[in-house]
Write a new protein. Structure first.
Length: 356
């Protein structure tokens, strides 16, 4: 079999790290693009690193940025990937309201830069392209559950930027015959999820409250509902999307929906605590039923100017055409995240990190 060479943008992120690991296990040579940072930013992939001085290694990283076309063209020319997974993005919805122009640059025009690089280099027939599209495209509810044919109505600068990314991927497929596909992925989480996304924020805070490093967890909208899966299942789906007979767009989702409130209750239940809710609106608090202490509070700064109230996906197309289905349940996901964050919180408590 010819050598399979993958290029992953956003390799230092949650999905990039799991995807790199997965593709290496399948025998790929994996190249990743990382951003220059003033401190180390490769913690999620450090275990995959091997010293290139000792000989040919299957995992290599290169400096780059989605806002720098010349860098992307040069890297693609050097690497000549057979598959590109475009996972790099300013991926935080709330942050996109603070930095809308940068989000558009990286998340919308960045996709165009990559597709154009492939075209400029005449690699349209050589390279398959995966775009990390998102359930945030659905935004304001039009239909439940959401599927490939559901109308888009994004509700944030992030969602709008990703809408461009979705359509430019479709356009390059239709205009230039590129194997370019969108994965419309619903929320997926893991122990290495970024600490400011709500699931990880919850499991991390519950663990730190449990070991005495923090007193309370501050949240925004408790009523938001999401279809939360496990990132490991979803990166396998990304790979399947690029192995299909023809390029196409696929929803990956569990089909199950939970609220932020349920997520909070489940995380606290993992450490044997039951939450009693008191008050309404921004005055609402969550009490630890045993101790009577307030462990959850509302902070209005976490509410978004426009919210996505509920997302739940129908992944029948991926199941039928790709044979994909998620293996891990929501409860298993929360248990795994809590176990990992508890271990980390205990380490921090032992090291006295709350004094740093
Ligand atoms: P993360 O935020 O964990 O990772 C994003 C990655 O993109 C990081 O490696 C980050 O680098 C990199 N990045 C950000 N901006 C740039 C830039 N300008 N140039 C180069 N690299 C950049 O996201 P996830 O792993 O969770 O998500 C992966 C992709 O999938 C994203 O595009 C996201 O929008 C999308 N998505 C995610 C879903 C989810 O639930 N996780 C659901 C649907 C879509 P650094 O580490 O330096 O910050
Ligand atoms: P989301 O994920 O916006 O769905 O985007 P996030 O975990 O940030 O929010 C989910 C829901 O929880 C509500 N919420 C809070 N969110 C955060 N981050 N912090 C809080 O304190 C808080 N309180 C309540 C939010 O309002 C929201 O309704 C993620 C990202 O990974 C995107 O990149 C991806 O495209 C989508 O999932 C699918």
């Amino acid at each position: 079999m010819a050598e399979r060479v993958a290029l992953i943008t956003g390799v230092t992120g949650q999905d990039g790290a799991y995807l790199a690991d997965y593709l290496l296990s399948l025998g790929y040579v994996v190249h990743g693009i990382k951003r220059r940072s003033s401190s180390f930013n490769t913690a999620r992939v450090d275990h995959l690193y091997q010293d290139p001085h000792v000989g040919k290694v299957p995992f290599l990283m290169h400096y780059g940025d989605m806002t720098d076309s010349t860098n992307l063209i040069r890297l693609i020319q050097q690497i000549r990937p057979t598959e590109i997974y475009n996972l790099a993005a300013q991926s935080h919805v709330a942050v996109s309201f603070e930095s809308p122009e940068y989000t558009a640059n990286a998340d919308a025009i960045g996709v165009l830069r990559l597709l154009e690089a492939v075209r400029i280099l005449g690699m349209e027939r050589h390279t398959r392209f995966y775009q990390a599209s998102t359930s945030e495209l659905y935004g304001l509810v039009q239909e439940i559950p959401q599927k490939e044919t559901t109308a888009f109505y994004p509700r944030s600068p992030y969602g709008v930027a990703k809408l461009y990314g979705y359509w430019i991927t479709v356009n390059y497929r239709e205009a230039y015959g590129m194997f370019a596909s969108n994965g419309i992925l619903f929320n997926h989480e893991s122990p290495i999820r970024g600490e400011t996304f709500v699931t990880r924020k919850i499991t991390r805070a519950v663990a730190r409250i449990e070991v005495g490093l923090e007193d309370a967890l501050y949240l925004g909208n408790l009523e938001a509902k999401r279809d939360w899966g496990h990132a490991r299942d979803y990166v396998a789906g990304m790979h399947l999307i690029l192995q299909a007979d023809k390029p196409d767009d696929f929803v990956l989702a569990t089909g199950e929906m939970h609220s932020v409130r349920e997520m909070v209750e489940l995380a606290f239940a993992q450490v044997g605590r039951r939450i009693e809710w008191r008050g309404v609106g921004v005055e609402e608090t969550g009490l630890d039923a045993r101790s009577g202490k307030t462990v959850v509070r509302i902070d209005p700064t976490y509410f978004r100017p426009t919210e996505v109230d509920l997302l739940v996906g129908d992944a029948s197309k991926a199941r039928t055409k790709l044979g994909w289905k998620p293996k891990r349940s929501f409860v298993q996901l929360v248990q795994e995240m809590m176990a990992s964050d508890l271990a980390e919180a205990k380490r921090d408590a032992d090291n006295g990190s709350h004094f740093l």
